[in-house]
Design a protein around this ligand. Structure first.
Ligand code: ADP
Ligand code: MG
Length: 385
């Protein structure tokens, strides 16, 4: 799950990571009068969208007076934002964060990522903050510092000190920085994150060290350990994805037009690949789970058909524990409950496959059957055209 900047900062606050004072958050539909701006200002008005690069896209604005801040916040809410990280898509700004502004003397990049090869978390840092780390990796890879983190011990003292030296942290902020770096690694480990990024970490004109931005991605598979987090909305999920989650179907919307219903995540991935190889594009990833019963199959059809892009449905189910004849009965019964108004291609394989195919053939429902995944994918692509 990707967290918004302010949600990440809420987590940072729990770990004692130094932050700039928050003035408030307003949501779309709220009156900007809700913003209580104490202090002397200036303030920074920040669009809360799940993408970096907001600064350059007009999503980070400085307001000198409370009235200016309210005006900026009002304009930002509802704005469509395209940044270099949104992949050409426009994100709607639904929430705006107002923090006190600070006087920046230096910007530093620091993050904790998962080093898959090293099988451990790793700190990535650079004294050149502010700019895109991807760009720096291309132009000046030698300026990027990498440090493995032991998941049990966390970032060790000597490592934190080494990092501070490498980043030329001033003497005055040295201890503050080493404590910060160790806490950042703890956020990654304890929160089951796959990414924790602070870009920029700043040294201010008045000698403070502050995490000015936050980006946290948590591992959905560990959500059961984080009840509070699990209860929060997944901002990245579409309406259909949220509904699917509620009824326990593993669904991810995609850009194509072939709706896919598969049992098992691995088979679902293979199905998407095969559709692609056959010249088509899947409209979704959908794993109905191990017990592909009538209820789940019905729900899955309903979810798939909520996407108006769907022009054909490809059902690819392997009868292992569930036998193919039961699955076929499930498909027949489900298609009686849901109005399937697009071509349906079904490929069954596994235990009792002959019986299963016979049930589908005799059902009178317009189903195109396929003997192999490749054949099924080709038929679905053709049907969608
Ligand atoms: P993004 O990464 O999406 O561009 P950031 O939060 O990193 O958004 O903000 C972009 C830039 O805006 C920062 O590099 C910093 O220069 C400036 N900025 C952000 N927050 C503040 C703040 N509280 N005070 C002063 N400048 C800020
Ligand atoms: Mg940033």
């Amino acid at each position: 799950m990707k967290l918004l900047e302010y949600e990440g900062k809420d987590i940072f606050a729990r770990y004692g990571i130094p932050l700039q004072k928050r003035s408030g958050i307003i949501r779309i539909g709220d009156s900007t009068d809700k913003l209580v701006l104490d202090g002397a200002g200036p303030w920074v008005v920040k669009a809360q969208v799940l993408a970096g690069g907001r600064g350059k896209a007009g999503g980070v604005k400085l307001g000198k007076t409370p009235s200016e801040v309210r005006e900026l916040a009002g304009k930002m809410l509802g704005m469509k934002m395209v940044t270099h990280q949104t992949g050409g898509k426009a994100l709607t700004v639904e929430e705006v964060l107002v923090d006190e502004a600070c006087d920046i003397a230096r910007e530093i990049y620091i993050s904790v990522v998962l080093d898959r090869k090293g099988c451990c978390p790793a700190i990535i840092a650079s004294a050149e903050g502010g700019m895109s780390i991807e760009e720096l990796a291309r132009s000046n890879p030698e300026k990027i510092i990498r440090l493995p983190v032991d998941v049990e011990a966390g970032l060790l003292d000597f490592q934190a000190r080494q990092l501070a030296f490498d980043l030329a942290i001033p003497q005055k902020n040295f201890r503050e920085f080493t404590a910060f770096a160790r806490q950042l690694a703890q956020v990654f480990i304890k929160e089951d994150a796959s990414l924790v990024e602070v870009n920029p970490l700043v040294l201010t004109g008045d000698g403070r060290l502050i995490a000015l931005d936050s980006k946290i991605v948590t591992d959905d598979n560990a959500l059961f350990r984080h009840k509070e987090q699990a209860a929060k909305p997944d901002h990245e999920a579409s309406e259909i994805e949220r509904e699917a989650k509620e009824i326990g179907i593993n669904y991810i919307g995609l850009d194509g037009d072939i709706g896919c219903m598969v049992n098992g995540a691995g088979l679902a991935m293979a199905t998407l690949d095969t559709v692609k190889m056959a010249g088509g594009d899947a409209a979704n990833f959908l794993d109905v789970g191990g017990g592909a019963n009538v209820e789940q199959i019905t729900k899955a059809f309903q979810i798939i058909l909520k996407d108006p892009k769907v022009k054909a449905i490809l059902v690819n189910i392997f009868g292992g524990i569930m036998k193919c004849d039961n699955i076929a009965r499930g498909v027949v019964e489900a298609s009686g409950k849901v109005k399937i108004n697009v071509p349906l291609v079904v490929r069954l394989e596994g235990t009792n496959v002959k019986e299963g195919r016979a049930i589908l053939a005799k059902s009178g429902i317009k189903i195109e059957q396929a003997g192999s995944l490749w054949e099924a994918a080709q038929k679905a692509v053709k049907a969608a055209r």
